[in-house]
Design a protein around this ligand. Sequence first.
Ligand SMILES: [Zn+2]
Length: 501
Amino acid sequence: MTFADIFKGLLLSLISLVAVADAASNQEQSRTWITDVTIISPENLDHIGQGSVLIENGRIVSVEQNKRAKKPAGATVVSGKGQFLIPGLIDSHVHLASIPGMSFDPPAGKSEMIEEYFKQLPRSYLYFGYTSVVDLAVIDHRVLEDFRQAPLHPDLYDCGESLAFANGYPMSFLPPTTRFKIFPNFIYDPKQASSIPSEYRPEDHTPVADVARVKNSGGICVKTYFERGFARDKDLPVMGPDVLAETRKAATQAGLVLMIHANSFEAQKFGVEGNVDVLAHGMWHWGDLDNKTDLPVEIKQLLDQIVKKKIGYQPTIQVLQGLRAYFDPEYLKIEAVPKVIPKKMLEWFNSPKGKWFKKELVDDDTPDAAMLQMYDQGPLRRVRQVVVYLASKDANFLFGTDTPSAPTYGNLPGLNGYLEMQQLQKAGVSLTQILRAATISNARKFKIDAQLGTIEPGKIANLVLMKKSPLESLDAYDSIATVWVHGKPVSRDSLAASSNK
Ligand SMILES: [Zn+2]
């Protein structure tokens, strides 16, 4: 053995020592032990206790309900003393490409503000604990791609391009020339052949062809609509039971969840009779029964069927609150608003131009107070009566916000979830029902429960650490300390739009 050999050997062992140390630190980084924490997992609410959760490489590997559990080798320890751990929340009704307070056609000179908004968008959902979202109607693939490419973002699922009935809601909001371009996965209606551009062939726009396109694009759900319209867009064309039945059959064969936009008694009846999986709104239009002060018996009978069939129910009360916001001087003053949108955007919302949508909601000089009363005594009253009835029967609530549901600034990302929870509670949904709706029930209905929805070994380590218990008060959801996204810890403060990070 020469001196050179010895030297080489020493060098090699040094290198390998360094390599071993490197591997150890990598492992250390990817192993986290959250300990001494109250674990609140929705499948196990009868046995809540202190324990520890071990995360490795983005997954939960063990959950121990044992105070004296030993620290696993090489793990980074996070003390959850006095705090509460829940699974990451799921919002199963969002529209990422729609910008709050803006129409499809944003005003000129706002591109920088819009860019900032989209950069903040994934972080705002995380700020309120939403580690998964479902986009129900893809209208701009680029926005979804950018969201998925963001350094930090919730898991994003989608229903592909939605199945709007030709010239019906929501295509009807767009001029006839552009509506087919924005909703290319529409359902053909032979009765309207003269008002469908000839480049679209009927055979390419059957429910079967449309559902296949959703499946091929990677969608997990199919979104369709039953809406006769309101205000200036009344008497819109709607599908018949035959079309819904074909859509149902195609969705089942493709293994996709069938959702219907339905917010009236008539529409929800249509959806229930067609055996949809999810009603994507609460029922705030009762048709001829609108002025009945008690929940009418025929509506109760329908709600009983919704409960019996275990149809997923998204009350989306914030849809109404989002419109009401234009008449409520307190809305833009909510403390969390600057946390979820860029400063410039809030300034614009506070300017007269930023309130353009208000004029779409009220076309005379009705005082704000009268408008508030109209919402409170009309649609809000009705949806609350429906929701409290469903809550009393322990219906299969799914948590979805429909953010934003209109060009309204009253539905801001992340914050809207927290406000929707407040609305659910006000309408009589219990804290346990709210937690289940936003975790396990969403995960099960959307068939993502092998990955998400509870704190169990094998699941993705999407977790939320809170200072208060979400089973004791709703403000727990605004007391978040840390959010884990695929095992990566993020402090809540660093997610705020105002944090400069
Ligand atoms: Zn929606």
